[in-house]
Design a protein around this ligand. Structure first.
Ligand SMILES: C[S@@+](CC[C@H](N)C(=O)[O-])C[C@H]1O[C@@H](n2cnc3c(N)ncnc32)[C@H](O)[C@@H]1O
Length: 214
């Protein structure tokens, strides 16, 4: 099925300033109340991804992971709790990196974080590349079409033949994600999420797709 490649209306969620300001506030909140901040899309989505990882024998506890747009780093903390040891979080917001480092260091986790803009690329390959909500944010930027294309090429360059790319989106359906990524990726698996029915059609609020490189 051909799907429309219409872009989303740009919003502040597609800007660096929005995220830096937000994480600056979250740092104050964390220091004052110990609250790590939002788990995007909720704990259930994180649990679904963790269950899928644990059931995938090709992914070992010391496989290399990168979390693109790691935010407060809580996804990597959950991975560490499951016994995964080779964990890197990157975010283009220096404040997000500060927050995630603070949380991990205080809780005694051995997780690396660094500031990096995925649109500029990362010169490494990883076994597992994870994105929860970052492609969504990039899709809300000005020049989203170009930025999405840069993102897709850069993620592809970070993968080897046996890498997995796991993406969670609330802005794009599974069909739309497949359409966006089809030039460089093949769908490997869909991680099921709760569905709803409306007007006889079934849909999901959040899509989780696992891709491999073509
Ligand atoms: C919706 S939040 C999701 C945060 C985190 N993945 C989570 O699930 O809690 C989007 C994140 O993407 C980051 N981000 C947006 N564009 C980015 C880019 N070009 N490079 C790296 N990080 C980016 C933002 O700073 C923000 O932390």
């Amino acid at each position: 099925m051909e799907c429309k490649m219409e872009e989303l209306e740009p919003s502040e969620l597609g800007t660096h300033d929005y995220w830096n300001d937000r994480y600056e506030k979250e740092i104050s909140n964390y220091l004052a109340h110990g609250d790590a901040g939002e788990i995007w899309f909720g704990d259930d989505i994180v649990d679904r991804i963790l269950r899928w990882l644990c059931k995938t024998p090709e992914i070992e506890k010391d496989s290399s992971f990168v979390d693109l747009g790691c935010g407060n780093g809580m996804f990597l903390i959950e991975l560490s709790n499951e016994g995964y040891t080779n964990l890197l979080g990157v975010d283009y917001s220096q404040k997000a990196v500060e927050l995630s480092r603070k949380i991990a260091n205080e809780k005694g986790y051995n997780i690396s974080y660094k500031r990096a803009d995925i649109l500029e690329g990362l010169k490494c390959t990883f076994k597992v590349i994870h994105d929860k909500g970052t492609y969504d944010a990039i899709s809300l930027s000005e020049n989203a079409r170009d930025n999405r294309q840069k993102y897709i090429v850069n993620v592809h360059n970070m993968m080897s033949e046996d890498s997995f790319f796991i993406i969670t989106s609330c802005n794009w359906t599974q069909v739309e994600l497949m359409e966006h990524f089809k030039e460089h990726f093949q769908m490997y698996q869909v991680i099921p999420t709760p569905t709803f029915k409306f007007g006889g059609k079934e849909g999901s609020v959040v899509s989780i797709c696992v891709f491999k490189k073509l």
